[in-house]
Design a protein. Structure first.
Length: 378
């Protein structure tokens, strides 16, 4: 007979779930919401004072999500990328869009509503000399990366009942941010030394920039951001991964675990199934958001890889389709919960085509399934 588990706080519950341990229940959280989604929901009856992700979570009695660095989350207050950031410069503007050089020196055109992916025009690194010019802003030892009251902030963060996470750019995500997808794809073959130089520098940057945070915080998880796949599979081959990512991943995951980090997660959209065994070999403990439409079905991944934690995998399109589709989609929760290591979340930020009525129904049905099941109490 399963041993009963006392009530857990959000921090204890998440880590126990990711560790395939017994919990009082599964976490109930979601990846996030488009700004337009929240605006539309306000028009559909959600109170006007519910303005951001944290407000939605409180209003619907959800657990606090801690995984998306682009949203208002309880993340650590430090600069983990360019420092100082570049000053944004507006190049052109019309009624619907803005063309600018952003704080990461990328030239792009974006919607003023910020409800779609920007059109990227130019990236700061095209050759090794460009990267050398950026290095002063990628100095991990710069003490100004941490605020003067950092030690006091760390005490407050450690006392939270919410999970504590750090967020770092990965060894595809970082060079892709510097070079753009097309330029990086060519560089693997035409400028391999540049790619290696960026990766080697990034390893040392992580060691230097995160040392203090890791020493002063009780870190539950580290998210490595990649977004390195699409509907037809990974954006690089497994052989490229082994050559240009694996050695550096191993260094970083070993460093993080030596500092007491409990779980290392990778954030990648798209169909990542071909890369799962490589991530496991590299020291990664979990993957999200398990996007359904491209093919990263957590049920399939779990069958092949029984001990990697999975987060996400609830098809956002089912939420848009209505209650019957939602009920069918949520059938996977018990299937995955029985095997452990699963956090049921929408497989990306909730888009505007999901009505507030449908989302609230989804939250209620998910809660009902979770609270009525003992699948995770092994």
């Amino acid at each position: 007979m399963a041993r009963e588990v006392a009530n857990m706080n959000q921090r204890e519950r998440l880590i126990a779930t990711l560790n395939f341990d017994q919990t009082d229940r599964l976490p109930m959280m979601d990846f996030g919401y488009w700004e337009q989604t929240i605006e539309d929901w306000q028009k559909e009856g959600m109170p006007r004072q519910v303005e951001n992700q944290k407000d939605v979570e409180n209003y619907l009695s959800l657990d606090r999500c801690c995984f998306d660095t682009h949203l208002e989350v309880p993340q650590v207050n430090y600069q983990g990328a360019f420092f100082p950031l570049f000053e944004e410069t507006i190049i052109d503007e019309d009624e619907k869009t803005v063309t600018k050089i952003d704080s990461y020196a990328v030239t792009l055109r974006e919607s003023k509503k910020k409800n779609s992916v920007p059109k990227y025009i130019r990236f700061p690194v095209e050759k090794k000399e460009d990267f050398e010019k950026l290095k002063p802003r990628l100095d991990g030892k710069n003490p100004r990366r941490y605020p003067p009251d950092w030690s006091e902030q760390a005490k407050v963060i450690n006392a939270r009942e919410e999970p504590v996470g750090l967020f770092i750019l990965g060894f595809f995500g970082h060079p892709r941010n510097l070079m753009g997808l097309e330029n990086l794809s060519l560089a693997y073959y035409l400028q391999p030394d540049l790619v290696r130089s960026i990766a080697e520098h990034h390893v040392q940057f992580i060691f230097d920039a995160y040392e203090r945070a890791l020493n002063e915080l009780e870190v539950d998880f580290v998210t490595i951001w990649e977004d390195m796949a699409y509907k037809n599979g990974p954006l690089i081959s497994p052989s490229c991964f082994k050559e240009f990512m694996m050695p550096y991943y191993r260094e970083v995951t070993a460093f993080l675990k030596s500092k007491g980090v409990k779980k290392i997660l990778v954030d990648s959209d798209g169909d990542i199934k071909k890369l799962v065994p490589l991530f496991i070999e590299a020291g990664v403990d979990g993957l999200y958001p398990c996007e359904i439409q491209p093919g990263s079905d957590p049920v399939i991944i779990r069958e092949q890889y029984p001990r990697i934690a999975l987060l996400g995998g609830i098809n956002k399109r089912a939420l848009a389709a209505g209650k019957e589709a939602i009920d069918k989609e949520l059938e996977k929760i018990n299937i995955l919960a029985r095997k452990g290591g699963y956090v049921p979340m929408v497989d990306h930020r909730v888009p505007p085509d999901v009505s507030f009525e449908n989302y609230r129904y989804y939250c209620e049905r998910r809660r009902e399934i979770i609270m009525n099941s003992r699948s995770w109490r092994k």
